[in-house]
Ligand binder design. Structure first.
Ligand code: GLU
Length: 471
């Protein structure tokens, strides 16, 4: 039996798009679920667009998210090298084989000629494909043109009149007619390997069993299957994942709030939150609840991948962010929120403060905000808080400040004393207190906050609204 091996094969031409992150994640889940290998391969044969710093950044991003790989550019492995730019010698041998067996031929058509041919076909209402200009050139002509220094690409000769079938892991049985597929370039004029070739060859040589990739690749698959068949190599099983779209159904882009993993990371989302959202994008869970990342592989089922476009939704992500914060260890949360750098929080109270505000955190900056509200200088009350303070009136706060000054230090004692003196109850008792003490109408439970706040600050915050007093 062929053990599971999956891969993520990004082209390092930019920061990781969330669609690619989901692809990486699903391949990782499949490998981990089956105890197999997960390979990271850099598809960097396009020298103009690929950059080393993007490769570094994407490895860093994947590691941050918690997706680890067993073989890859940094750690090596049995099928090294894992950067396609370093695999030129491997490719050369297979180009020779295809050329010798007449499965591939040099093509001298210039980009201009090809563009004209495309235009002509399109205006005749036909799908554009290579017209076959160089498919049957005489060997002598090929030899003399090459000898005279003309540059050529290498094209794969697609066999005519064939049907190519495969069983897509997500979309079921697929069938393509080879007559609809033009001969395609497998080596560029500069000698570098083209995507169709290096991608399929490496999957086979790296013994990849299953390829999950974006549905935009589905029409590439019959080409790659034909290529591997000609080389006598085994093709992986392919599964094409539905497109990732924004909440309005359009392809995911920056205007949906974020489109790359970097952006989400910079906005302060936790890895576990992102993974919980991605796990549900185009994948229907059997049991719907929060998943710890190390339990996700067991919940992943190829048979539950869907064909409908998957919607990335920041509100959903926010929901999982709150769950992630709820489930995070105190150390993780402290690092995330930069607790140690918040000088205003006394060290003895750090742990209690973190737990008191945990339910109200959503972004790392929220921790600093609450630290300032509890231990530092209180910002001006927000508008609705101000309204509540004014509605309660000066007598209310005079009563509160006096009660606190005479020992009513817990929220219970304070509330009881104020209620007795002013008759306020329920919301009109607690809201003004919260507004005056925190500057907001919503937030963490007031009782624990009161225990953390320095007593002089509490009294001053209450007194501030108690009017001029009767001197
Ligand atoms: N380098 C290709 C891409 O980034 C890989 C496609 C595939 O997964 O086969 O789209």
């Amino acid at each position: 039996m062929n053990p599971t091996a999956t891969r993520f094969a990004p082209s390092p031409t930019g920061h990781l798009h969330l669609g690619n992150v989901r692809t990486a994640f699903f391949n990782w889940l499949l490998a981990r679920r089956n105890g197999g290998r997960f390979v990271l391969r850099s598809e960097d044969t396009d020298a103009e667009r690929s950059r080393d710093d993007y490769l570094e950044a994407l490895m860093e991003d994947l590691a941050w998210l918690g997706l680890d790989w067993d073989e890859g550019p940094d750690c090596g492995g049995d099928h090294a090298p894992y950067r396609q730019v370093q695999r030129g010698d491997v490719y050369a041998a297979y180009f020779d084989k295809l050329s010798t067996e007449r499965h591939a031929y040099p093509c001298f058509c210039s980009p201009r000629q090809l563009a004209v041919s495309r235009k002509v076909q399109l205006s005749a209402g036909r799908p554009p494909r290579y017209a076959g200009t160089c498919r049957d050139l005489a060997e002598s002509e090929v030899a003399s043109r090459l000898a005279s220094g003309e540059t050529a690409t290498l094209r794969f000769r697609v066999e005519r009149g064939r049907e190519i079938r495969f069983d897509d892991l997500v979309r079921g049985p697929q069938s393509f007619a080879s007559d609809d597929i033009g001969d395609f370039v497998i080596r560029r004029a500069d000698g570098s390997a083209a995507f169709f070739f290096s991608n399929a060859l490496d999957d086979s040589l790296m013994e990849i069993s299953d390829v999950l990739r974006g549905e935009d690749h589905i029409t590439n698959t019959p080409r790659q299957i034909m290529l591997l068949q000609c080389l006598g190599l085994r093709a992986p099983r392919y599964g094409h994942l539905s497109l990732l779209v924004g909440d309005d159904g359009a392809p995911l882009s920056k205007r949906h709030g974020a489109s790359s993993l970097r952006e989400l990371r910079e906005q302060g989302f936790l890895p576990a939150a992102i993974l919980n959202h991605l796990l549900r994008l185009g994948h229907a869970l059997i049991e719907e609840h929060w998943y710890e990342p190390d339990a996700m592989a067991q919940a992943f089922e190829i048979g539950r991948l869907g064909r409908a476009p998957a919607r990335f939704d920041l509100d959903q992500l926010d929901h999982w962010q709150r769950e992630a914060i709820h489930h995070a260890g105190a150390d993780t949360l402290a690092v995330w929120g930069g607790l140690d750098d918040l000088a205003v929080v006394p060290s003895a109270q750090r742990a209690a403060f973190l737990e008191a505000v945990r339910p109200n955190l959503s972004r790392p900056g929220d921790l600093a905000d609450w630290a300032e509200r509890v231990f530092g200088a209180l910002p001006e009350p927000e508008d609705d808080a101000s309204t509540a303070i004014n509605a309660a009136g000066a007598d209310f706060f005079a009563a509160a400040a006096d009660a606190f000054a005479t020992g009513a230090h817990s929220l219970k004692e304070l509330a009881r004393a104020v209620s007795e003196r002013t008759g306020a109850r329920g919301k009109s008792l607690y809201m003004p207190l919260r507004a005056a003490l925190t500057g907001r109408l919503s937030g963490p439970e007031l009782g624990p906050l009161l225990e953390l706040m320095p007593a002089p600050a509490i009294e001053a915050r209450l007194r501030r609204h108690a009017g001029p007093g009767d001197e």
